[in-house]
Design a protein around this ligand. Structure first.
Ligand code: B12
Ligand code: SF4
Ligand code: SF4
Length: 387
């Protein structure tokens, strides 16, 4: 089988990829990505926030040259998986938060990695020998968007995401680095964003830097609700609306999605019950055992119980949800995590219609609280009511 012409091999790899559930597949060379200067600028300006793994010397070198990941790499198979599920209405009358679409289902890292390994097994079977390879889906030191663009899957939009002219940007990227030379596909070199700036205008925190074509992660709701382990900066909280895990605004407004997104039929990407819009009070009050059970195998476990309770408190404050008030008051008095008590104080101060009650609640908490960080949050929340 090793005498198969490689053009035929690349076609059969693509057919197999589609059979395994991948939506798009292209092949590119392992040459360094051309926009490394943008990546360096992103790091140098601190736009990576606290994501130290994006800035380490070792990972910078590997992103600049994937031969450092797989010496002898001859081609890169780039795959995209459609996860668009169509619209899902909230399933509860209680106040609910919004979760980024990519996290409505089982953790895609597990789902896609298994499929990548199946594709590698197919390649080895077809060639009749083992290959040297690495598989990644958001898990490796690779500028995935650059390789996807070069493999002809789409272009990188002003929101910095890979947009396929066929189905838009609701896709997850993955790659197989291979020591087998394969014919490479033509890149998509046209910037189909044109004069559109909808994502930039819609981003509530102005995280999209138009001129640099980069995201400032410090300002991005996705970063703050998922990766941020400490307090969310006070000046950003009121702009999060009801987003509690990730953010899809810059994709929801993109005309390439409103026109071309196709709902997936892939069972692995269908939403878990109640996940697109979970109840905020439930999240705020969840004990560890319930959190672990509810989010087993879900991307949501990344933010941990305390991160999710923190995010739920912020969303309840932004909504000034009537039946959230008592839960926030209890959280301020009793939650075992100082992070959650502090954000509950901020959230209560957003209930401008209840200003006198909130003052009393905050004063009472001030008398009992011992944690320095929470005390500061309570004092700031109280001061904001006097302003
Ligand atoms: C770190 C990270 C984040 C950070 C920072 C995001 C960012 N844009 O930098 C945070 C936590 C904020 C984040 C959020 C999200 N992420 Co994220 N994230 C990543 C990760 C791990 C690295 C991204 C990166 O390298 N950033 C560094 C900067 C410098 O890169 P960049 O913004 O892409 O900029 C490049 C281009 O703009 C390019 N460039 C500039 N000018 C030009 C011109 C041309 C012509 C070209 C080709 C390139 C180019 O230069 C830069 C260097 O290559 C990737 C996985 C990976 N390994 O690539 C996933 C990834 C980008 N994320 C993904 C997703 C789904 C999301 C969210 C939608 C999740 C959510 N719902 O909340 C949001 C979207 C936010 C957004 N608009 O970017 C997907 C995107 C899929 C797609 N369609 O592109 C990826 C690819 C993961 C995956 N395997 O599918 N993410
Ligand atoms: S994910 Fe949300 S906060 Fe981040 S850049 Fe897009 S619209 Fe802005
Ligand atoms: S909203 Fe407009 S500018 Fe933003 S990524 Fe989509 S097409 Fe490009």
């Amino acid at each position: 089988m090793s005498s198969l012409p490689n053009l035929h091999l690349s076609q059969t790899i693509k057919q197999k990829a589609f059979a395994l559930g991948f939506t798009l597949c292209g092949i590119t060379s392992p040459e360094p990505p051309p926009h490394l200067a943008h990546y360096a600028q992103w790091i140098d300006n601190g736009y990576h926030a606290e994501m130290g793994y994006m800035a380490s010397e070792r990972n910078r070198e590997r992103r600049a040259d994937i031969q450092k990941i797989l010496p002898g790499c001859k081609s890169v198979i780039v795959l995209a998986t459609n996860y668009y599920q169509g619209d899902v209405a909230p399933q509860s009358h209680a106040p609910t938060g919004k979760v980024g679409r990519y996290a409505w289902n089982d953790d895609y890292h597990d789902v896609i990695k298994a499929r990548l390994l199946d594709l590698v097994a197919y390649i080895e079977e077809t060639l009749g020998h083992a290959v040297n390879q690495r598989v990644y889906t958001d898990t490796g030191p690779i500028l995935e968007g650059e390789f996807a663009q070069r493999a002809g899957l789409g272009w990188l939009g002003k929101n910095t995401l890979l947009i396929s002219p066929k189905i838009g940007s609701w896709v997850l990227l993955s790659e197989i680095l291979l020591d087998v030379a394969l014919p490479i596909d033509d890149p998509i070199t046209t910037d189909h964003c044109g004069s559109c700036t909808r994502c930039i205008e819609a981003c509530p925190t102005e995280a999209i830097l138009e001129d640099e074509r980069l995201i400032d992660a410090n300002k991005c709701i996705s970063y703050q609700t998922i990766e941020q382990k400490a307090a969310i900066p006070v000046d950003l909280r009121s702009q999060f609306e009801d987003w509690i895990f990730g953010c899809d605004i810059c994709q929801e407004v993109c005309p390439w999605n409103t026109r071309f997104a196709i709902p997936t039929l892939d069972p692995a990407f269908l939403p878990r019950p109640h996940l697109p819009t979970p109840e905020l009070v439930t999240l705020l009050e969840m004990e560890q055992a319930d959190f672990s059970k509810a989010f087993k195998g879900s991307p949501i476990k990344r933010t941990k119980r305390r991160g999710m309770a923190r995010n739920a408190a912020v969303a309840l404050g932004n909504m000034q949800a009537a039946n959230g008030f008592a839960a926030l008051q209890t959280a301020l008095q009793q939650h075992d995590e100082p992070l959650v008590r502090g954000h509950a104080a901020w959230a209560l101060a957003q209930y401008t219609a209840e200003i006198e009650t909130v003052k009393q609640v905050l004063q009472a908490a001030l008398a009992l609280e011992t944690n320095e960080m929470v005390l500061l949050e309570i004092k700031n929340a109280y001061a904001s009511l006097l302003a």
